[in-house]
Design a protein around this ligand. Structure first.
Ligand code: NDP
Ligand code: OXD
Length: 309
């Protein structure tokens, strides 16, 4: 019985002590030192090479080392029938809510304008709303979206959420499905995307969506880069339909040095750090899932391959 770990060398260094503590008696193998593939029961992965998982004949569980599973599902040779676990970790959820709150406040408090004015030594006061007068819409109202909404609500923002299936949450305005999207967009002066990457969400953040937001809206994208049509964002910023954007995820990561987003005065770039996986807590969550699987108990947070998340 062995566990395979495959991520970046930097992540591996962070994970090693926590994996050793979680499974002191297990054979843990670090890619590419994979050994006998038939001995591997569990694969803990971030961006596995296509075909790698299919080469493990006795695999019982694939564990995504992140909340998103698009990096696993894109493998055309992904073995059918093997369950896939995604990370749901309160530590990460808190991190994402901190990021969203910080970036929403940045947009709400007109930080882009004041940074530019400081660079030009300009003392100009702009009218400022209170949070209760600012509407925020969250695309993707699952683990991360709902927690971010609750924390924004504590500050006083007027928050609504959008998901695939209808939600009934006390005190929160929610919209669902294609029919609910227009209404969510029409009321969102700040739009936050926390959607998983699926065929349905790819390219969703495009010119037609931006056109349905109030003029001058701000955007925060911490879902996945391929949900954003980059040229449409540039055009919407040029036209004033969007006032500013904060982006944590990109089509190509790391974002290439020559990419125009780096130097755009109304784009803030962060390097996919909104909610980093946290090995001390995540290792315990994964160990619990494996224990549950081995004991025949239901395993929480297995993904639905049909939905793609
Ligand atoms: P969840 O699965 O808990 O929530 C996903 C939400 O998106 C659900 O509300 C779901 O609807 C909704 N959704 C999915 N597809 C659609 C659709 N086609 N139309 C409308 N709503 C849709 O995921 P998490 O909240 O845990 O994570 C969300 C994503 O955040 C991850 O997949 C990942 O891409 C990203 N992420 C980014 C990080 C970063 O550092 N930048 C860190 C962690 C995650 P329903 O509720 O009906 O199922
Ligand atoms: C994740 C991520 O999916 O880091 O966890 O984006």
């Amino acid at each position: 019985m062995a566990i395979l770990f495959k991520s970046t060398p930097a992540a591996e260094a962070r994970w090693r002590p926590y994996l050793a503590a979680a499974w002191p008696a297990r054979d843990i193998r670090y890619w590419p030192e994979i050994g006998d593939r038939a001995a591997i029961d569990y694969a803990l992965v971030w961006h596995p090479e296509a075909g790698m998982l299919a080469s493990l004949p006795n695999l019982k569980l694939v564990v995504s080392l992140g909340a998103g599973v698009d990096h696993v599902l894109r493998d055309p040779e992904l073995p059918p029938g093997v369950p896939i676990l995604r990370l749901v970790d309160p530590y990460m959820t808190q991190a994402m809510s901190e990021y969203v709150t910080f970036q929403v406040l940045r947009l709400h408090r007109q930080d882009f304008a004041y940074r530019a004015q400081q660079a030009a030594a300009q003392w100009i006061e702009h009218a400022q709303k209170n949070a209760a007068e600012r509407t925020v819409g969250i695309l993707g109202f699952g683990q991360l979206g709902q927690d971010a909404a609750a924390k924004l609500g504590t500050i006083g923002f007027d928050v609504a959420g959008w998901s695939r299936s209808a939600k009934n949450l006390p005190g929160v305005v929610t919209y669902a499905g294609a029919a609910g999207l227009d209404a969510l967009l029409a009321r969102s002066e700040i739009l936050v995307s926390l959607l998983p990457m699926t065929p349905q969400t790819e390219g969703l953040l495009d010119a037609s969506l931006f056109a349905r937001l109030p003029r001058g809206a701000g955007l925060v994208n911490a879902g996945r880069g391929r949900q954003l049509v980059e040229a449409d964002l540039m055009a919407a910023l040029d036209s004033g339909q969007l006032s500013a954007a904060v982006l944590d995820v990109f089509h190509e990561e790391p974002l290439p040095p020559a990419h125009p987003f780096w130097r755009h005065p109304r784009i803030v770039v962060t390097p996919h750090v909104a909610a980093e996986t946290h090995p001390p807590t995540a290792a315990a969550i994964i160990a619990q899932a494996i224990d549950d699987l081995e004991a025949g108990r239901p395993v929480a947070n297995l993904i639905d391959r049909g939905r793609g998340y």
